[in-house]
Design a protein around this ligand. Structure first.
Ligand SMILES: [Zn+2]
Length: 351
């Protein structure tokens, strides 16, 4: 098969697209002909070696959708020809957390494309528990842009924070995969949504996703803007996946009794924390990672029925994977980049 792979960590030029041995499926696995692979910032971090996958050469890619071409002997839910989308979360199934239905807390939790070989290739072997039926009416590109970002956003807001319509929610970095998913989920819940981004164009997209208040963080301190927009009160919920660069302002922007929830720290992992802001305001600081299979089902049902829209900024052939990673790193656009096997790539499909 043709696959995207790299043999060492580094800048985007370590990425190659070429011949790679076909994967072999186990008894509970399904061979999927990948029709579209969605990119996440996680692909960039993993390429740089943070963290390093278990085996080299590594095939990147957590998100993908395609068609079943072969099934293992013990597979019961799928047959060749079925349209499917990949759930990238991998868990042991037997630890105390898995047994209580909290698979993303698994003591041996892994992510497809991060710790083990991913799905940015013509063929991928995927455990049947990690596949969802992809209904007619949702195309492969749209489906492949959603799973990692939307399950992460869903768990953060619905499960960890437990938002309801009385909440005011600030989403930092609303133009990224997780950010634009959070805006849509909070808006759909009936929350008043504040969104930050670095340009007017990105903020227009955030408004289209349901944001009520737009803050250009290149021009204004978002903590000051929130204070002004809320008469000094702050917001009930701050979604901060930026990290060191925004952490202190996130604590400032939260209202008394509010929550700050994080699923990532792209700008740095060790900011200072002003502890009095936490105890005096009685803040809840919440961490969140990925989602459970049930959360994946719930949020993808709302992607399939059109409630949520995973925005795709560009679709490229897999052979242009270097450019795809660079687009992600430049943070210029709004939403995901999706790659398609060169054999299937027809630019007129994506206009
Ligand atoms: Zn487990």
């Amino acid at each position: 098969m043709q696959a995207i792979y790299y043999e060492e960590h580094g800048s985007s030029d370590v990425l190659q697209y070429g011949d790679f041995p076909d994967p072999e499926i186990g008894a509970e696995e399904v061979l999927v002909e990948i029709k579209a692979g969605g990119l996440n910032h996680l692909d960039v971090w993993t390429r740089k070696g943070m963290p390093s996958p278990e085996e080299m050469p590594h095939i990147p890619g957590s998100d993908g959708a395609g068609v079943v071409s072969e099934v293992g002997d013990r597979v019961t839910r799928f047959e060749p020809g079925d349209r499917v989308v990949v759930d990238p979360g991998l868990y042991c199934g037997s630890c105390e957390f898995c047994r209580s239905g909290e698979q993303s807390l698994c003591v041996d939790y892994k992510i497809t494309g991060e710790h083990v070989r991913g799905v940015h290739s013509e063929l991928a072997a995927v455990h049947e528990d990690n596949l969802l039926d992809l209904p007619e009416g949702t195309d492969f590109v749209r489906a492949a842009a959603a799973p990692l970002a939307f399950q992460t956003a869903w768990r953060m807001l619905r499960t960890r924070v437990g938002i309801d319509q009385s909440d005011t929610v600030l989403v930092l970095g609303a133009s990224g995969g997780v950010g634009h998913a959070c805006v849509q989920i909070a808006a759909n819940e009936g929350c008043e949504v504040f969104a930050t981004a670095s340009s007017e164009e990105k903020l227009d997209h955030a408004r289209a996703c349901g944001a009520d208040h737009l803050i250009n963080y290149e021009e204004d301190s978002f903590a000051d803007e929130i204070k002004e927009l809320t008469d000094g009160r702050g917001v009930d919920v701050v979604v901060d996946h930026i990290g060191a660069a925004t952490w202190d302002d996130s604590l400032s922007a939260a209202a008394h009794g509010g929550s700050v929830v994080t699923c990532g720290a792209t700008s740095g992992v060790s900011p200072e924390t002003n502890i009095p802001k936490v105890f005096w305001k009685q803040l809840d600081i919440l961490g969140s990672t990925m989602g459970t299979p049930g959360e994946m089902d719930d949020v993808m049902a709302k992607v399939f029925d059109g409630t949520f829209e995973p925005h795709v900024r560009d679709v490229l052939p897999m052979s242009e994977i270097q450019q795809a990673h660079e687009m992600l790193e430049s943070r210029d656009g709004f939403g995901s980049v999706v790659v398609v096997p060169d054999e299937d790539y027809d630019p007129s499909d994506y206009e």
